[in-house]
Design a protein around this ligand. Structure first.
Ligand code: ATP
Ligand code: MG
Length: 364
């Protein structure tokens, strides 16, 4: 039986969703304003703006279920389609789109966060510096990604006029956490509440952009917190689909940073490190199929390819490396592919990623 899935957004996440859904008998249509977005090799394309209501209605009419692969879409527009099968829930999208709502949601479900303040004026900002102390990080409350719309404050004079400098838009400031590491918790919740959580992922960023991920076992204490946080957040949202919760590890405490109501870059290793990836489980969840629990997770890691592609032939010669290109034009700061590495143990994965970074000229 063919299951028709509509996806709002036609970028690499949509492309990888469709590539993983085809063997399950799914067919895909992407709504995206771009001329030839990279997902459309794997499905039909409705070329329209993300808030084009007739186009969204058409996407719903033509498909059994609709999902989204990125977050800067109008929750109001989606709300008008609420009678349809649309997952993850719009409430999750709305919370993830606004950092104040997101922090409040974390606190309401018992996920600890760095001390923070919502800022609507320079006076609020000055008060926050007085209340929280330095160093701080100021973030625009909406539309941030890859570290964009963020300013770090080390000294009091850097706060002078910062509200104007950041565009006089609502901000959130929070304590700059001196974390031991960054972890993401990736899992999937089905329509009936069944949950699969992948092994945890450790992440390294460069210039605010995810550079490298490795699956990791941080021990029982952190794993228990991670599972509790994932369960609490997804239950509160009555969530359906794959979700990523990004956290800071501080001693033996996990602090919630932000979440993505979708498949996530730090979960790409699951394509080759497990038997049922974050993409396949997302599709199983939103279409009402049983989740894949037999992950058989193997030690794995991922390097993002940003700006330009390295020597593909060299990578393909390595028996433990998997190439994933997105068919996107290279430009500085743009994610255009990734390489997954799978090995017998996690130490070996880290060594292989180090070697690859050197050989491909990705080291710093
Ligand atoms: P993403 O690409 O994940 O959507 P983003 O631009 O939405 O990123 P964040 O994830 O909040 O923003 O921040 C990007 C990175 O900046 C974090 O992964 C972390 O390395 C650093 N960072 C953010 N907030 C803090 C903090 N309070 N303390 C220390 N580092 C932080
Ligand atoms: Mg982030």
């Amino acid at each position: 039986m063919t299951i028709k899935v509509g996806i709002i957004g036609g970028g690499q996440l949509g492309r990888m969703l469709a590539l993983s859904g085809a063997p399950l008998g799914m067919q895909f249509t992407f709504l995206d304003p771009g001329e030839a977005p990279c997902a459309t090799v794997a499905g039909r394309h409705i070329r329209a703006a993300f808030d084009d209501l007739p186009a969204l209605e058409a996407l719903c009419d033509e498909n059994d279920v609709v999902t989204f692969e990125f977050e800067n879409i109008s929750a109001e527009a989606l709300d008008t389609l609420s009678a349809r099968e649309l997952y993850p829930p719009v409430a999750a999208l709305r919370a993830a789109q606004e950092r104040k709502h997101e922090k409040q949601l974390f606190e309401s479900v018992g996920i600890p966060v760095a001390p923070w303040r919502a800022i609507n004026s320079q006076a609020d900002l000055d008060q926050a510096v007085a209340d929280l102390g330095l160093p701080l990080i100021a973030k625009t409350r909406t539309l941030g990604y890859d570290g964009k719309g963020q300013t770090r404050l080390q000294q009091a004079d850097e706060a002078t006029d910062l509200f104007t400098q950041m565009g006089s838009v609502p901000l959130l400031v929070e304590r700059l956490v001196s974390f031991d590491s960054e972890l993401s918790i990736i899992g999937t919740r089905a329509r009936d509440g069944d949950v699969v959580i992948y092994p945890l992922t450790r992440n390294w960023h460069r210039d605010g952009i995810l550079h490298r991920s490795e699956c990791t076992d941080p021990g029982n204490t952190l794993r228990r917190q991670a599972h509790r946080h994932f369960q609490a957040l997804t239950e509160a949202l009555d969530y359906v689909g794959t979700l990523a919760l990004e956290c800071f590890v501080c001693d033996s405490l996990l602090l919630g940073n932000e979440f993505a109501p979708r498949v996530h870059n730090s979960g790409h290793w699951t394509q080759n490190g497990t038997l049922c990836s974050q993409f396949e489980n997302h599709l199983r969840a939103v279409t009402g199929l049983p989740l894949g629990h037999s992950l058989h997770a193997r030690p794995a890691g991922m390097l993002n390819l940003i700006g330009q592609l390295p020597d593909q032939t060299h990578v393909l010669r390595q028996p433990d490396c998997y190439w994933h290109g997105y068919d996107k034009t290279g430009r500085p700061g743009r994610k255009i592919g990734h390489i997954n590495v799978v090995s017998s143990d996690q130490k070996r994965v880290a060594e292989r990623l180090d070697t690859l970074e050197r050989e491909l000229g990705l080291s710093r």
